[in-house]
Design a protein around this ligand. Structure first.
Ligand SMILES: *Cc1c(COP(=O)(O)O)cnc(C)c1O
Length: 430
């Protein structure tokens, strides 16, 4: 696979953009590769500058649930752009998106829009601290909540694959109020709370996506919810990925939890930069201008992003069969892949939920960070390269989720299973 044009662009990029990329995982470093440059995208596929076509399981890290360049969305966005790209003043569509979010999430009475998921989690934490008058934050090892200083401690994906547990430039004073618990271990949360009365909030990805997909076990989220209530700690669900991906209404709907604050992003912008955080009215009311927790954004509620988001949510609401379609696709895929892994003697585990899954090269089930980190990275690196040669783009890191869109159908399923057959065969020959 001669990616001449991409390689040339990468050399050019490295001169003017740090590492050539605007977000670290895009450099393909953790799979010892160099990036391809996308020229266009359509449905379930990406086409690069050299003309190679890839079946896309990254989908802008889960944001693109309707598929790339979805015709109805493009039409809506074109209409939006033709009447102005940013107002810096109020418009009706920001209310319409907020109303849809409030309707979809019983735990959300009010919601504020931001331009990224990072801003949403950063603001949610400020809000929790402002509301409770307490300082501490509990997060889970391997969960990623954007690159907020206080949350960039033991975060997943890019940070783990680079082997940097923390980032330089984060002063100890910012991180010292962040306590780390173990996903699926209520005991680890209890240990922190027992000795510390100053915890403002617990923030969690209810279904982990950023250490690969890791599902919450039986009563873990329920126990977490009760423990938070008993100790007057706010529970923040980071549903930036899961919000409208698992079901219309997010992981909290599936697991029947009412978090105090919910963070959203990715899908709710239909592929445009967006984030949101919302929750109970008495909490949200303390935000400026009604209250004294400050939070703002020049492009927050951007009319183009918001109209793309409204279109996406309306489409999902009207066509909820898409969730069934994604479930069936991933269930068939899971079964076929595990059969292949079995017959080729490849140690493989799949963690999956509607719309997203991760295949780990591992011989034990994976329930937390410690399990995921033990999976075989060298095998993943070879898998990634071979899959790319088969025209399939999986995440350039073993600790990420694979995502589905509306456009992943029968043909894509067959193509994927065929590729797994070839790739596992190659891997089994050492
Ligand atoms: C992507 C992501 C974020 C950060 O969102 P950005 O828009 O990249 O800032 C936060 N939390 C989770 C769970 C995410 O997956």
């Amino acid at each position: 696979m001669n990616r001449e044009k991409s390689n040339h662009l990468y050399e050019r990029a490295k001169k003017v953009i740090p590492g050539g990329v605007n977000s670290p995982v895009r450099a393909f470093k953790s799979v010892n590769n160099t990036p391809f440059y996308v020229k266009s995208a359509d449905g379930a596929y990406l086409v690069d500058e050299d003309g190679f076509r890839y079946l896309d399981y990254v989908l802008s890290w889960g944001a693109i649930i309707l598929g790339h360049a979805h015709p109805g969305l493009i039409e809506e966005v074109s209409k939006a752009i033709s009447v102005g790209t940013s107002f810096g003043a109020c418009h009706r569509y920001e209310i319409e998106l907020a109303e849809r979010i409030v309707e979809a999430f019983p735990s959300i009475d009010m919601v504020r829009l931001t331009s990224s998921g990072t801003e949403a989690t950063m603001s949610a934490i400020r809000l929790a601290r402002g509301y409770t008058g307490k300082e501490g934050i509990i997060k889970f090892i391997g969960c990623y909540h954007g690159h907020v200083d206080a949350l960039l401690v033991k975060a997943g994906s890019g940070l783990v694959t680079f082997g940097i547990p923390d980032s330089k430039g984060i002063i100890a004073d910012y991180a010292k109020h962040t306590y780390i618990a173990d996903f699926n271990s209520i005991e680890s949360v209890h240990r922190i709370i027992k000795n510390n009365k100053n915890i403002a909030c617990v923030i969690i990805e209810p279904v982990m996506g950023n250490m690969g997909v890791i599902l919450p076990e039986e009563t873990f989220l329920k126990d977490l919810e009760s423990m938070c209530r008993e100790n007057e700690i706010l529970l923040i669900f980071d549903e930036v990925i899961t919000g409208f991906r698992l079901i219309y209404g997010g992981a909290q709907h599936i697991y029947n939890i009412k978090p105090d604050i919910t963070c959203l992003g990715k899908i709710i912008g239909g592929g445009f930069p967006i984030g949101a955080f919302g929750g109970r009215k008495d909490i949200m009311d303390i935000l400026a201008p009604t209250g004294d927790v400050y939070q703002a954004g020049t492009l927050s509620g951007n009319p183009v992003a918001v109209r793309a988001g409204i279109y996406t949510l309306d489409y999902l609401k009207k066509n909820q069969s898409i969730y069934k379609q994604m479930y069936e696709y991933s269930t068939t895929l899971e079964k076929e892949i595990l059969d292949l892994a079995n017959s080729y003697g490849i140690p493989y585990r799949i963690n999956k939920i509607t719309g997203m899954w991760t295949g780990f090269f591992a011989d034990t089930d994976i329930h937390n960070y410690a399990g995921a980190i033990k999976s075989d990275r060298q095998l993943y690196e070879r898998f990634f390269k071979l899959m790319l040669e088969e025209g399939i783009f999986f995440a350039p890191s073993p600790f990420e989720a694979s995502f589905l869109s509306l456009n992943h159908k029968e043909d894509e399923l067959i193509k994927t299973i065929d590729a797994f057959k070839k790739v596992f065969k190659r891997l089994s020959h050492g």
